[in-house]
Design a protein around this ligand. Sequence first.
Ligand SMILES: Cc1cc2nc3c(=O)[nH]c(=O)nc-3n(C[C@H](O)[C@H](O)[C@H](O)COP(=O)(O)OP(=O)(O)OC[C@H]3O[C@@H](n4cnc5c(N)ncnc54)[C@H](O)[C@@H]3O)c2cc1C
Length: 481
Amino acid sequence: MAEVIVVGGGVGGMAAALALARGGHRVRLYERLERLGGKLAEHERDGFVFSLGPSLLTLPQVFRDLGVRRDLVELDELCRYRFADGSVLRAYRDPKRMAAEVERLAPGQGAAWRAFHAWADGCLAASRRTFFSGPLGRPSERPRAGDLFAVAPGRTLAGLARRFFDDARLRQYVGRYATYAGSSPYQAPAALGCVPAIEHGDGGWYVPGGLPRIAEDLAGLLAAAGVEVHLGADVAEIVADGSSVSGVVLASGAREAADAVVVNADAAALYGRLLPDRRRLRGLARLGLSSSALLVLAGVEGRTDGLPHHSVVFSADYRREFADIFERRRPPDDPTVYIGCSAVDDPTQAPAGAENWVMLVNVPAGDPGRWPMSPESYRDLVLERLAGRGHDLSGRLRFTELFTPADLRDRYDAWGGAIYGTPYRGRLAPFRRPGNRGPRRGLYLVGGTAHPGGGLPLVAMGGRIVASLVDADFPAGKAVR
Ligand SMILES: Cc1cc2nc3c(=O)[nH]c(=O)nc-3n(C[C@H](O)[C@H](O)[C@H](O)COP(=O)(O)OP(=O)(O)OC[C@H]3O[C@@H](n4cnc5c(N)ncnc54)[C@H](O)[C@@H]3O)c2cc1C
């Protein structure tokens, strides 16, 4: 049994704390903000509620397994994709219905989609056996890369899409899944093609009242499990005596001793500030930064006929869009825009007769002060592009607010506002991101910038992996302190 400190109360930190406390460890969690949940956050204004982070819940069983008992709503239409030529693809969980929809969009491609889905299912099964199940810690604990490469040989996600589909729109649809990991389809490994199998296998879900209710549920479970939670508690330093960690120092100057420290803060913050390690920080810098996001939050008058909960309005030139983000490092001239409107399914999210639009554009991480235009001018470009693609909001906007990479950086101490830390670039990328064991005994990493990566279910799975490492390192009956 160990005295464990968890630094950060994002979903990964909470999942780790919960598993550790249930395993009999004494757990204290320190969160610098005044609330738990990290990027699982929302903003309210004038009766409108806007998600500032996740809007789609996948693999709900991961949260049920943690003890979340809330009723969830499965979305009938997963997402509606609108392409630059005006055509539309409605994505459904049911593979047969989806294949029929693909066939309607691009006659002859339904069979290609079925073949792709079968491949993605196999890739997901291999990922579960390998990538999701191990900690990326000591070499002996590492998942076997070979298993994954056997199903996802050395091509990019865009290359995989070319292998299955003749139709450029379907290639763009597959490529979009790279953005679930803040990456470019032209650089991300084909293994990311397993993500659609998650949506088509377990569906896409909504949490009535908004996804942050999950964070509230987890907070309740932490209290029930006896985790001591400290809010407004910024950890300034991790203390290491020789080869082991021995606790943390808070920004207030208070010292807290522990046998183990689980870091849910950004990996770059760990090696840059909390426990400085120039070599590891340089290693992260070499991997680069995942994308960030610009969110345009809009209180919209009236209801839009047929608007689904989730839609994506694609750019005309995907390759150029990702070159803008990852090479030219500027917001794309012609962006793909995700539109989330939870009021479609949930009247608590907007005043009667109005809609809460969250428009998300992938942009480079880094200071928006370096963009060639102001975030406000870029918002106008986004609204103009949407107007040209069937979503004209002029005359309907009650207000807009922006949430920029600088907000992500400042609020969560996320490096450059990158959502997932480092991107997936190249075949070995999944195995190059920070593992769950830190470089000192008793130091562990969990969350979107560490293995197995970002997204709500994966960071929660990371919490379990870390708890199993702590269990192994500090076995029951062996009091350390
Ligand atoms: C715009 C956007 C859209 C997204 N959409 C989806 C989606 O639809 N579906 C999905 O599954 N995922 C989505 N994600 C990703 C998902 O939100 C994240 O991967 C996940 O929430 C990250 O969890 P985490 O455990 O890494 O912790 P984080 O949420 O990163 O939280 C880390 C916590 O640590 C705290 N902290 C940092 N430093 C310190 C310190 N020194 N001392 C104390 N506390 C500290 C921070 O304040 C923060 O609360 C989205 C993210 C964003 C930003």
